[in-house]
Write a protein that binds this ligand. Structure first.
Ligand SMILES: Cc1cc2nc3c(=O)[nH]c(=O)nc-3n(C[C@H](O)[C@H](O)[C@H](O)COP(=O)(O)OP(=O)(O)OC[C@H]3O[C@@H](n4cnc5c(N)ncnc54)[C@H](O)[C@@H]3O)c2cc1C
Length: 333
């Protein structure tokens, strides 16, 4: 079976892996000239289903708890399993209590344990929550690793092409994020920064709770830190605003004052595709399957969505003939 995947974001790449693993001949077509620049590129890469349950529905936890295993299998060496640390300034203790009451899979940590987990945060926070089973990855490195793995499996990549102009495939998987023609989709703008400083070391994502600007810092290699992310109901891709920059930098500085001396090596904006209930969907439409609405859970939920989509494609294949003739049929006609 020949399958065309439209879009090389995290949805498209994970779907390519699931389909190629099941024996489909997969082509991924992407309008951009490389893997970068889409929503997936600007993600934090947190695989944090227990923390996300604070504001998300139960399916996010149910579908996301195996994500780290999936990424470990598909891209060995990309996942760091060090948990998530959640802290709040003493004046925001109420936020910590609220977060604890809305989540599971954590234990309370005091100043001493915070110091054991993150020595650079010693003496800065009296109380926190530790989610030991959570993980993180660098989205850019993970997507590059997945791309290389897919290419090694025989998946064809076509960059710089609009997939709407490609036909002659048995099945199509639409993974075009905000570009999808779907009136139900809305954009949730996420602004982020990458800071670089050799003066701070963190081993895991740290979330800093705040009544107005709950933000997080995710460590990356090379003394770099991803600071994210705003949540603004907008599909504007314009540059990071001054206000958002102040909030993001304020959070980093509140976590550790050494961030005040960090270099700002990148600012970025990604638009999260979201359905009204903020849950993703895999939907069959004729010969096509669409994966969309990954919202703030692309890396967390794309593996489960990809598995569903591949299951749907292969069950369709068993139950009915493809609507379009295949190359082979065309040649033999
Ligand atoms: C700042 C920020 C932080 C985030 N942090 C996290 C996090 O920590 N953990 C997590 O799990 N999720 C996170 N997310 C969410 C995650 O990034 C998104 O849910 C995910 O990237 C959506 O993936 P996608 O593949 O649907 O869309 P995209 O990544 O946008 O990919 C869609 C692709 O389709 C291509 N395309 C569009 N039209 C066509 C066409 N006609 N032909 C060919 N190609 C086409 C586009 O060019 C694009 O490359 C974050 C998002 C943001 C913005």
């Amino acid at each position: 079976m020949r399958v065309l995947i439209r879009g090389a974001g995290v949805a498209g790449l994970t779907a390519a892996f699931e389909l190629a693993t099941r024996g489909a001949a997969v082509t991924v077509a992407e309008t951009r000239h490389s893997l970068g620049g889409n929503a997936s590129w600007f993600a934090g890469g947190m695989l944090a289903p227990w923390c996300e349950r604070e504001s998300a529905e139960q399916p996010v936890l149910d579908l996301g708890r195996d994500a780290a295993d999936w990424w470990d299998t598909a891209t060995p060496g990309q996942v760091t399993r060090a948990g998530t640390l959640v802290v709040a300034a003493p004046r925001d203790t109420g936020e910590l209590e609220r977060f604890a009451s809305r989540t599971s899979g954590h234990r309370r940590v005091d100043e001493d344990e915070i110091e054991l987990l993150e020595p650079d945060l010693a003496g800065r926070f009296r109380r926190g929550l530790f989610f030991p089973d959570e993980a993180h990855l660098d989205p850019r490195q993970a997507m590059a690793a997945l791309h290389d793995r897919l290419a090694g499996m025989g998946v064809e990549f076509r960059f710089g092409v609009d997939a709407r102009h490609i036909s002659r495939f048995d099945r199509r998987i639409d993974c075009t994020g905000m570009a999808a023609e779907d009136d139900r989709l809305r954009g949730v703008r996420g602004e982020m920064l990458i800071l670089r400083t050799p003066d701070v070391s963190l081993s895991r994502p740290v979330r800093l709770l705040h009544p107005r600007f709950p933000l997080y810092v995710v460590p990356r290699t090379g003394h770099r830190f991803m600071v994210g992310a705003t949540m603004i109901e907008s599909r504007s891709t314009g540059p990071v605003t001054a206000r958002s920059m102040m909030e993001l930098l304020g959070a980093a500085y509140a976590l550790h004052p050494a961030f005040g001396e960090a270099e700002i090596v990148e600012t970025g904006v990604g638009i999260r595709p979201a359905f009204p209930d903020n849950l993703p969907r895999v939907e069959a439409r004729g010969n096509a399957v669409a994966i969309n609405g990954l919202y703030r859970h692309g890396f967390l939920l794309a593996p489960a969505m990809a598995r569903q989509a591949a299951g749907l494609v292969f069950s369709q294949d068993r139950t009915k003939e493809p609507a379009h003739e295949t190359d082979r049929q065309r040649r033999s006609a």
